[in-house]
Design a protein around this ligand. Structure first.
Ligand code: R5P
Length: 291
């Protein structure tokens, strides 16, 4: 298998290629003065090769998506036999239906464009709605980084018998997965999203966390508002140490500061989105899925 590592996931792509003992296709990347991307594979042909293009689509997501389309279509033009788009953070995945009449259905449009570029399989990590992604007829494998995140807390001795909490009941499976590693029990913080404003509020719900260590898991930390509110609530419920964990640390603006000021000991994320808190690598997970 040949691995093309896009500019947004250069390091991750290299690590995946190394673990797979696959060949890395170097990509020359330049930004034109007007912001457009120039990309060139340092190979003449990918004839009859199975190719995986690794490119996350965290902000600036529109630019990174265009780069992903260009890379996949280029692999197609160079004769690849199969193209797998490895998109650790799949942008626009929260717009997974038309919540209001007349809205765009972003995820559907992106998958259609990937198909047009010759992609036959998509690999994501904790995509917001994997079942929606799968419904467009492309083979889609959604991997979970939650056990790796949970293991970080265990192996670094950061918590003792920690309770694993998800943000929202819908994500309870995250807490259950984490609990298979941390084994201190699991539950969820009750959340409700206003479909018009997008603002998430917490609902009153009793949590049995008094004098316990707690790790709160979410797929994405964007503005950090939801996590900061949850940390505050869990602290108020009597928890001892509270950590924030997420797969995709977008960490927009002052989010990191506001979560720490709400009482979190630390924030731990993965390299699905390279950031200062990306302490856990998903490379082994992706390599296994591609092997
Ligand atoms: C929501 O559906 C997601 O799972 C996250 O909870 C949300 O994206 C977090 O957003 P923010 O950090 O802006 O509160």
């Amino acid at each position: 298998m040949k691995i093309v590592s896009g500019p947004a996931s250069a390091k991750l792509g290299e690590t995946v290629a190394r673990s797979l003992k696959g060949e890395l296709v170097s990509v020359l990347f330049k930004a034109f003065p007007d912001g457009e991307s120039y990309l060139r594979f340092e190979t003449e042909s990918l004839r009859d090769e199975d190719v995986a293009v690794v490119q996350t689509t965290s902000p600036p997501q529109d630019q990174r998506l265009v780069q992903l389309f260009l890379l996949c279509d280029n692999a197609f033009s160079l004769g690849a036999r199969s193209i797998t788009a490895v998109v650790p953070y799949f942008a626009y995945s929260r717009q997974d239906k038309r919540f209001m009449v007349g809205e765009v259905f972003s995820v559907e449009t992106i998958v259609k464009l990937l198909k047009c570029c010759g992609v036959g399989r998509i690999v994501t990590v904790n995509a917001h709605s994997p079942s929606v992604l799968r419904s467009f007829g492309l083979r889609t494998d959604d991997l979970s980084a939650v056990p790796l995140l949970a293991d970080y807390f265990r192996s670094h001795g950061l918590v003792k018998d920690a309770v694993s909490l998800s943000l929202g009941k819908k994500a309870l499976s995250f807490a259950a997965e984490a609990d298979s590693v941390l084994k201190g029990g699991f539950d969820y913080v009750s959340t409700k999203r206003n479909v018009e404003t997008g603002v998430v509020a917490l609902e009153e719900k009793e949590l049995h966390v008094r004098d316990r260590d707690v790790v709160i898991f979410d797929d994405i930390i964007s503005s950090g508002g939801t996590m900061a509110k949850a940390v505050k609530f869990v602290r108020k419920s009597g928890a001892r140490k509270v950590y924030a964990a997420c797969v995709h640390p977008l960490l927009i603006g002052e989010s990191r500061k506001s979560i720490l000021e709400s009482g979190a000991e630390d924030i731990v994320g993965t390299d699905c989105v390279p950031s200062p808190v990306s302490k856990v690598s998903v490379a082994p997970l992706i390599a296994r899925a591609l092997a």
